[in-house]
Write a protein that binds this ligand. Structure first.
Ligand code: FAD
Length: 281
């Protein structure tokens, strides 16, 4: 019998009352798919501390599994420990542990604590309470000195106590399978779930991808250029590309899919339906 795959939905904390309401609607639609968990991002320097916390607690109160993202980035230890205690009290038992980034313009605002050190800290403070997810980079983290060192540091996160990983998004399935082979060769056997970014707005995606080191293949850029001004065709094309990517990943044995929903239900649910995931679970 094939192993049950994990499907999860990532959200970011809303920045206005209006965004909060629209996120609530999106979340309710996404929840109908009974994801393995929702996750909610955490802004550098604790910039979304309160909003991440309130969003996470709301999802938890509604009865859905939720994993807050957490980083040490610019936070002091007492603040991180306070958050951990709040999550434990609430009954939350999954986290996504990250180093985070210091946004440009924020200068020397705090210490950068590598994710493996955060994982070790969480294990030291809270034992086995949390299932800990960490980030992985099939196309390699932009600050990494080499492919091998990046895999070495992923391994350190697992050795510190992480349970599974979620990848940065990518559009080339070979990058993921090549990475899995290399992780396995390095002795990493924990699940590495591909992160999936629905393509909806190519100019935003290009800007974002340049910063996080994700490659958008030339053929996708060119085809999207050809659809410039024709929103419907470009959206249809983007959804098709990502559907095919997911199909290849699942066929190749990916342990699940983690969707970067960008707080919108429709693109992710269209891909979900295209893949017929309701009947494949
Ligand atoms: P690390 O694993 O610490 O790695 C960072 C870099 O340092 C890599 O180049 C690595 O090779 C190197 N490195 C690691 N350990 C060491 C070491 N001990 N010594 C020397 N070098 C080392 N960002 C946010 O701000 N908020 C979020 O909520 C958020 N969620 C994310 C979710 C996912 C699934 C992913 C993939 C990314 C997310 N990010 C988020 C982005 C992430 O914070 C950045 O990519 C960040 O630059 C690296 O975080 P990390 O946890 O992968 O860092």
């Amino acid at each position: 019998m094939s192993e049950k795959k994990a499907y999860s939905f990532e959200l970011f904390p809303p920045r206005s009352q209006e965004a909060e309401e629209s996120l609530r609607d999106a979340r309710h639609e996404l929840a109908s798919k009974q994801p393995s968990f929702f996750s909610c991002t955490y802004g550098a320097g604790g910039s979304t501390r309160d909003k991440t916390l309130s969003t996470v607690l709301e999802i938890h109160r509604e009865g859905h599994p939720v994993a807050p993202h957490l980083s040490f980035n610019g936070e002091d230890q007492a603040q991180v420990d306070q958050l951990l205690a709040t999550y434990i009290d609430a009954g939350i038992n999954r986290l996504v542990a990250l180093r985070g980034d210091i946004p440009s313009g924020m200068g020397n605002m705090g210490s950068m604590v590598y994710a493996n050190e955060l994982v070790a800290h969480i294990r030291e403070k809270t034992g086995d309470h949390f299932h800990i997810e960490v980030a992985a980079y099939p196309e390699i983290h932009p600050q990494s000195t080499s492919y091998e060192t990046d895999i070495h540091y992923l391994k350190q996160k697992f050795e510190a106590g992480a349970n599974s990983a979620i990848t940065q998004y990518f559009f080339n399935p070979d990058a993921y399978f090549h990475y899995l082979d290399n992780c396995l060769a390095a002795g990493i056997e924990q699940p590495i779930v591909p992160g999936i970014m629905p393509i909806t707005n190519i100019s935003n995606l290009i800007r974002f991808s340049d910063a996080c080191g994700a490659d958008i293949p030339r053929w996708i850029r060119k085809q999207m250029d050809a659809y410039a001004g024709d929103h419907e065709s470009s959206l249809k094309f983007g959804i098709e590309v990502v559907t095919r990517l997911c199909e290849k990943l699942l066929e190749g044995g990916a342990p699940g899919l983690h969707f970067y929903t960008m707080n919108r239900a429709e693109p992710t649910l269209t891909i979900w339906d295209n893949l017929n995931l309701d009947s494949r679970r």
